[in-house]
Ligand binder design. Structure first.
Ligand SMILES: Cc1ncc(COP(=O)(O)O)c(C=O)c1O
Length: 421
């Protein structure tokens, strides 16, 4: 393993990191390295590989689309794959309009820009954004501004627009303080909403990057109610939680909330191709229809609605629709393993939502730079499992094709790693 002379890897400090592993093949839950080793990809390659690597029906759909229409300018053209995807996602989400972009960050940017300009088109001044403590919405400027100010954003903080922040009452098994935390968060939100607010943005049910921080559905329903009372818009960032990850097709459905805008990416194409979409209500869409050209939504990316991405997404949605039990039933598969782990004295805050299982390692100095997770990562790698803890937060977010034996192996490796820590 060595560093390539011409590559620059994301979120990687070369001075203190191991060189990357070299992947040459992916099949199902397994990644194969150039030295022949096989690893279980227990985090779906940054939460994108939904059904498994090289899933054959998605691969076939992309291959067939490649020879039909690989790309077309979407400002002047439409195409069948985009239309099919828009129809399916609209039916599944209840939001009528779909705007394409390239990834999770741009899906969030688009949601923010639609929300902001919608108010402007109406001639209303609503200068405040509200987001939650611990939020992560992407690495572009608007998305970064919505995210919690952190190690990641620090060099850019002076450039980020102001965002008001409410507490995120994250919880775990047997958390005695959850109701108190929720009440305090709602009170804080209510007082923030006294200022005219364009939109409130949240990651429904699970904040991913901040450490799989989970909240209860009832809290999100109470948030929605406060947002509605204040007349603000609600944006759900389902970039990580979408497409079955929380046990329902969309976390918003599971939580019982109906946002005005939803950002999607990652699992959208089954993890095959980069693509983002922003779903919007018809009411928002209508706010841009006008004889006044300044009311136009002037936003577009070169690869908007790329037909290959759309073909992959349509094939992925068909797989989800054909076997909903694969995501709906995953939580029950995790549960006995996580219960066993939770008995370990080095484990705290076990939590579970659909396909996502997480816990914290008990450490004195929690945070992204805490090394305990890295040590566990190395131990797991030696036993053929790829995990990528967030500081002291260890989690599994595997592809849906993971077998029972593979799942048991992941937990066994973590258990042994705990003993060796
Ligand atoms: C909730 C959420 N929003 C947005 C993003 C950004 O997505 P991308 O990395 O595709 O730009 C992420 C990425 O992890 C995410 O988890």
């Amino acid at each position: 393993m060595s560093w390539h002379p011409h590559l620059w890897h994301p979120t990687t400090q070369v001075a203190t990191s191991e060189p990357p592993l070299r992947a040459v093949r992916g099949r199902g839950a397994l990644l194969e390295l150039d030295d022949g080793r096989q690893l279980i990809d227990a985090i779906s390659s940054w939460w994108v590989t939904l059904h498994g690597h090289a899933e054959p029906t998605i691969a076939a759909a992309v291959a067939s689309q490649v020879t039909e229409l690989e790309q077309v300018i979407f400002a002047n053209f439409s195409h069948p794959q985009a239309e099919q995807l828009a129809t399916s996602l609209s039916a599944a989400s209840g939001l009528e309009r779909l705007f394409f972009s390239d990834d999770g960050s741009t899906a969030v940017e688009v949601a923010l820009k639609i929300a902001w300009q919608w108010w402007r088109n109406r001639g209303e001044d609503r200068p405040q954004w509200i987001a939650f403590d611990g939020a992560y919405h992407g690495d572009t400027f608007g998305a970064m501004a919505m995210g919690e100010r952190s190690l990641f954003s620090a060099p850019f903080d002076p450039l980020l627009c102001p965002v008001a922040r409410a507490p995120w009452p994250s919880t775990w098994w047997h958390d005695p303080l959850v109701a108190e935390k929720e009440e305090a968060a709602l009170q804080a939100l209510e007082s923030l909403l006294e200022r005219p607010t364009a939109a409130v943005i949240l990651e429904p049910l699970v904040q991913g990057a901040s450490g799989m921080a989970m909240v209860r559905p009832g809290f999100l329903q109470a948030v929605e109610q406060r947002v509605r009372q204040a007349g603000a818009l609600l944006i759900a960032d389902e970039v990580m939680t979408g497409f079955g990850r929380t046990g329902a097709l969309f976390a918003c459905r599971k939580a019982g909330i109906r946002p005005d805008l939803v950002a999607l990416s990652k699992g959208l194409t089954g993890g095959f191709l980069p693509m983002g979409v922003t779903l919007a209500s018809e009411q928002l869409y209508q706010g841009f229809i006008s004889g006044d050209p300044t009311h136009t939504f002037f936003h577009g990316h070169s690869f908007t609605a790329n037909p290959l991405g759309c073909a992959a997404a349509n094939a992925s949605l068909a797989l989800l629709a054909g076997a909903p039990e694969r995501y709906a039933g995953f939580e029950a598969r995790h549960r006995p393993h996580l219960e066993a782990l939770a008995a370990d004295p080095r484990v705290e805050r076990p939590r579970l939502c659909g396909t996502i299982a997480a816990f914290d390692l008990k450490v004195a100095d929690p945070g992204y730079l805490n090394r305990s997770g890295r040590v566990l990562q190395r131990l797991a790698l030696e036993r053929g499992v790829f995990i990528r803890p967030l500081g002291q937060v260890v989690y599994l977010l595997p592809p849906l094709c993971l077998t029972d034996d593979q799942l048991a192996h992941c937990y066994g490796v973590i258990q042994e790693g705990l003993a060796a820590l």
